[in-house]
Design a protein. Structure first.
Length: 112
């Protein structure tokens, strides 16, 4: 075998090692809210199977919960959504840039 063939073979073997060296990660633990949501679904399924009156109540509850939009607020003052988070992040970033500029100005005056 020539040197180039040996080198090519080594590269192929090492690339196969990289492909077969796949690490499997554990699934993250479910959050408490997802556990409660699953429990709620199981409870509704049990109640739904009991009586026709319960079926109507569960149907109304599910149709209302599907149509109702979830919104997080800051104690009812304003909605917390992606735009609010972006505005907060932008304000903090702007504030930090201004602080850095004043610090640089202060350092340059102290050096004079």
């Amino acid at each position: 075998q020539t040197a180039s063939t040996k080198m090519w073979t080594k590269r192929r073997v090492s690339s196969y090692k990289n492909v077969t060296n796949i690490k499997v990660r554990k699934a993250p633990e479910p959050s408490p809210s997802s556990i409660l949501a699953n429990n709620t679904g199981q409870i509704l399924a049990r109640v739904y199977a009991k009586d026709k009156n319960y079926q109507d109540i569960v149907d109304k509850f599910l149709s209302k919960s599907i149509k109702q939009e979830v919104q997080f607020t800051a104690y009812g003052f304003f909605a917390i959504d992606n735009t609010t988070l972006f505005k907060i992040f932008s304000a903090v970033t702007t504030y930090l840039v201004i602080l850095i500029q004043f610090k640089q100005l202060e350092d340059s005056k102290a050096a004079e």
